[in-house]
Each structure stands twice: as structure tokens, then as C-alpha cells.
Design a protein around this ligand. Structure first.
Ligand code: SF4
Ligand code: SF4
Ligand code: SF4
Length: 488
């Protein structure tokens, strides 16, 4: 075993209110400068929708991520090393400014300098690239809250998994529904961006698995931009360098939660350390599609196991990190409770941000003053307005059984809480739901506690430590498959 520690996160989508505080905080802290106008290291998408950049999930177009190479390996979808190098001077798979948006500001000065008159002055939008007036046609969250949904939501690549009838039902105006999908870099265990970079400028930190970019080494080839299937590397046109989410490592190193976690209004974000065996990356990343959620779970090692702890110590993981891994909310959500899923596991980067899927709204009717579906108090998976197929296309590479499992737990917990607080659900009904969900009372209580009443220190559990000690521990560490290396 070659045990590594990784900072990994969970976003609980049922709690996201789409306020975009996370995006604004990140922008103010890290990308509020020239050349970074279009960068949203954290963004929040409305789904169904186009996403940002538009249709980023469409790997037929972008050739991002990995694909299977034989039974027990993966290769970059964009091609081998020669294929990648041939793209250095002409890379057709790069997003253009139209796939992002032309950043703009307003001529606020016109408001103050306008002469006295009968009409109110206006501040016209001007491009932040050219300084000239523009007609704003798109933005980073242009289809937010289903705005322009007839035009935008219908182009969501995830809808390809649905039949024409299912698509029409989902997009019917009177039934339309949506949820928010916050996204950051996934700090993948098998990062395509790292493997694609010919300069070794993007690397995976040995001590905590954060994937960061070294501007000194970056030559601006942009192969990281095209190879990241989540489109979470951005090119700075002013500096000629690639940039991405840094996991707020300066904050983490001084004992603070990442800014987008600390500021999250809905308290949807959880973060902790997980341990994994780096010798298994190729095998797990190359599993058949239906098995990729199980592969993501299999990657995580049990931090309570004496064997794992011994192997971790032998690999240089400190006791403080092992202790943090034991208290990791991420491990609980992903492995202990089987409640959180990876985003697009079929990209095979083994992403280290997981999602508790959003509870599905249902078609309700009032009966004796109680809101019921045709099947009971809450929606069954079959009667929900967002087809399970759509959720499976996002979070389980189409495996509907894997996508359904967290829902059974979420619904069982809802029924239990309803029985406790309102009393109109029978104990038998709750017991049946617990059995169907394979959920114990203790786990239900722990999930309820963590997702309802928790404080920031319960949601973000990171070990104390310094970069200097970490480098000593991890001298010679590698990052993922490919020609990655640990950076300084
Ligand atoms: Fe982040 Fe993974 Fe994309 Fe690299 S491949 S930028 S680690 S999401
Ligand atoms: Fe931005 Fe920090 Fe959040 Fe990354 S972790 S998206 S750098 S605020
Ligand atoms: Fe969602 Fe939290 Fe971001 Fe608000 S701050 S949009 S609740 S993730």
C-alpha cells in the first residue's frame, strides 16, 4: 500500500439556495484582477442548464478526462504524449470567450458626470476586454434559476440520457424544476490536468492532494485547460499563464476553512481528510462505467483500520492527519453512509468533491390537509419531477441503482423526522423505509445532526500542520497517473 492523505469535500445539494456567495467570495479573494475577469474558480449552475463554460460536460467536443485503455488502464482522451504535444500550437478543443462570456462592467462615471436634465442618466455596459460598449448576451450564470430555460435548459448535455417524452415532461413550463450545482476544482486523485501538462507546472501536493499550478513553470500551453473535463482550469490572457482553484491553501495552512466553505450561506459544504492507496489508481479509474461509483468508494481506506494506519505511517502520514481522517465528514458521507456521489465519474479523474443529490420535488395533492403524492407523503423515485436517469447521468455514469441509494436514505430520514415532529407517519412506515434504505437509527441520527445543526468546525475537519513539515513527510511523492510530480 502507498497511502496518501487527500483533502476531499462534500456538497449537499438539497441545502444549496443558489445565493452565489461562494462564487463572489472566491472572486473577491483570488480572481478580482486583470486577465482573470472570466474566471469563476467557484461557480454555481442551475440544472437543467448549460453550465459554465457552456456545455462543459460534452467531451465529444472537448476531449477532456480519461478513457479506458485495455482492461486495466486509462489514457488521456485527448491522446498520448505525442498527440498532446501536437496540440501545443493548435488546440481545437479550447473554450473561446463565447463559451465563457465577454466580461463587462458599467460606465458608472456617466451617472455622476451627467448634466442636469429631465431624464435619468444610465450606466452603459462596456466590455472589460476592449473597453467598448457591448450588448450583453451571456454571463457566467446566464440561465440561473431557469432564466431563458426554453432556450438554455434544453441544451443541457445531461438531457441526452432521457427519452424525448421524458425530456418534454421535464421541460414543460408548468412542471419545470431545477436545482443548484456548485462547482470548484475537484482536486482529483487522478487529475487529467496534471498528466497533460508538458511543463510539470500543475502538480498534486503530496501532503494534502490539493492540485495547484506553479506560475513560474507554466508556459501557457493550455493543455490543462482542454484536458480538465470539468473545465476548471482557466487561461489568464494578461499573464499568459493557466490558473485554477488553489483549495484556499494559504487559509488551510493557517487553520482556516476555504473561503467558499466558511462563507456558504446554506451550510452545504463539508470537508475532511481521506486516506487512499495510490497503487490502486489505475485499476479503479479503469473500472467499467457501471462500477465507477463503487470504485470511488473503494478508493477510500478505512481510517479506523489498524492495518491502514500502519501503512499510512509507513508512507509518512502523520498521526495528526490520521486522527483527522477518523473524524472526516467526507469519509462519513461517501463511505460510511453511502450518501454522496462523484460528479461525472465517467471522466475517470477520481474527483475528490462528492455530492449529496438534491431531493426531487414531487407532484403533490392535498388530502385531509396533508400534502401527499399518489404514493405517500413524499415522492417515490419513480414519481419525481426530475427523472432519476438525469441524476444518474450526472452522478453515477448512468447507474440508476447507485443514484437511487442516497435517495432512499434521504427519504427515510425525512419520514423519520416527520414521524418525530408531526406524528402523521406510522412507526411501521419509518421502519420499512429504514430497511429499504439499509439505514440504521444511529446513522440516521448522525446524518440529521451533521446536516442540520452542525457548526463550521463540525463541517470542516482538517488537521493542523505546516507546509514545511508536510514537504519533509512527502519527499518524492507523485500525483496520479502519468508524468505528474510533487511540486515545491
Ligand atoms: Fe481540478 Fe480535476 Fe480538473 Fe485538474 S482535472 S483542474 S484536479 S477538476
Ligand atoms: Fe475559490 Fe478557495 Fe473555494 Fe477554491 S477553495 S473555489 S480558491 S474560495
Ligand atoms: Fe449554494 Fe452555499 Fe454557494 Fe450559496 S454559498 S450558492 S448555499 S454553495
Amino acid at each position: 500500500m502507498d497511502v496518501r492523505a487527500q483533502i476531499a469535500s462534500v456538497f449537499h445539494l438539497d441545502k444549496c439556495i443558489g445565493c452565489h456567495t461562494c462564487s463572489v467570495v472566491c472572486k473577491n479573494l483570488w480572481t478580482n484582477r486583470e486577465g482573470a475577469e472570466h474566471m469563476w474558480w467557484n461557480n454555481v449552475e442551475a440544472r437543467p442548464g448549460l453550465g459554465y463554460p457552456r456545455r462543459w460536460e460534452d467531451q465529444e467536443k472537448w476531449s477532456g478526462g480519461w478513457e479506458k485503455d485495455g482492461d486495466d488502464g486509462v489514457k488521456l482522451k485527448a491522446g498520448g504524449r505525442l498527440g498532446m504535444l501536437s496540440r501545443i500550437f493548435h488546440n481545437p478543443a479550447l473554450p473561446t470567450i463565447d463559451d465563457y462570456y465577454e466580461p463587462w462592467t458599467y460606465q458608472y462615471k456617466d451617472l455622476f458626470d451627467a448634466p442636469l436634465g429631465d431624464t435619468s442618466p444610465t450606466a452603459r455596459p462596456v466590455s472589460r476586454l476592449t473597453g467598448k460598449p457591448i450588448d450583453v448576451k451571456s454571463g457566467p450564470n446566464w440561465d440561473d434559476d431557469l432564466a431563458g430555460s426554453k432556450e438554455h435548459a434544453a441544451k443541457d448535455p445531461g438531457l441526452d440520457a432521457l427519452t424525448a417524452t421524458e425530456r418534454a415532461a421535464l421541460l414543460a413550463t408548468e412542471r419545470m424544476t431545477y436545482f443548484h450545482l456548485p462547482r470548484t476544482c475537484n482536486h482529483c486523485a487522478n487529475p487529467a490536468c496534471v498528466a497533460a501538462c508538458p511543463s510539470g507546472a500543475i502538480y498534486k501536493r503530496g501532503e494534502d492532494g490539493l492540485v495547484v499550478s506553479n506560475p513560474e513553470a507554466c508556459r501557457g500551453w493550455r493543455l490543462c485547460v482542454s484536458s480538465c473535463p470539468y473545465k476548471k482550469v482557466f487561461f489568464n490572457h494578461a499573464t499568459g499563464k493557466s490558473e485554477k482553484c488553489i483549495g484556499c491553501y494559504p487559509r488551510i495552512e493557517s487553520g482556516e476553512a476555504p473561503a467558499c466553505f466558511a462563507s456558504c450561506v446554506g451550510r452545504i459544504r463539508f470537508q475532511g481528510v481521506v486516506l487512499y492507496d495510490a497503487t490502486r489508481l489505475a485499476e479503479l479509474a479503469s473500472r467499467p462505467e457501471h462500477d465507477l461509483v463503487a470504485a470511488a468508494r473503494d478508493l477510500l481506506l478505512d481510517p479506523e483500520s489498524p492495518e491502514v494506519q500502519a501503512a499510512a505511517r509507513a508512507s509518512g502520514v502523520s498521526d495528526a492527519v490520521i486522527d483527522a481522517a477518523k473524524r472526516s465528514p467526507t469519509y462519513s458521507f461517501v463511505k460510511r453512509w453511502n450518501l454522496a456521489l462523484p460528479l461525472h465519474p465517467e471522466f475517470r479523474t477520481l474527483p475528490m468533491v462528492f455530492y449529496v443529490p438534491p431531493l426531487l420535488p414531487f407532484v403533490s395533492e392535498k388530502e385531509d390537509g396533508i400534502t401527499r403524492t399518489a404514493d405517500g407523503l413524499f415522492a417515490t423515485l419513480e414519481s419525481s419531477r426530475v427523472p432519476l436517469k438525469y441524476i444518474a447521468a450526472l452522478f453515477s455514469a448512468g447507474n440508476e441503482a447507485e443514484a437511487a441509494a442516497p435517495y432512499r436514505k434521504l427519504l427515510a430520514i425525512r419520514l423519520w423526522r416527520r414521524a418525530e415532529t408531526v406524528g402523521d407517519v406510522s412507526r411501521d412506515e419509518v421502519a420499512r423505509a429504514f430497511i429499504a434504505a439499509d439505514l440504521t437509527q444511529d446513522d440516521a441520527a448522525a446524518i440529521h445532526e451533521l446536516t442540520t445543526f452542525s457548526r463550521l468546525e463540525d463541517r470542516v475537519v482538517l488537521p493542523p500542520g505546516t507546509r514545511a513539515e508536510a514537504l519533509e513527510e512527502w519527499d518524492g511523492a507523485q500525483g496520479g497517473i502519468g508524468f505528474a510530480r510533487a511540486g515545491a
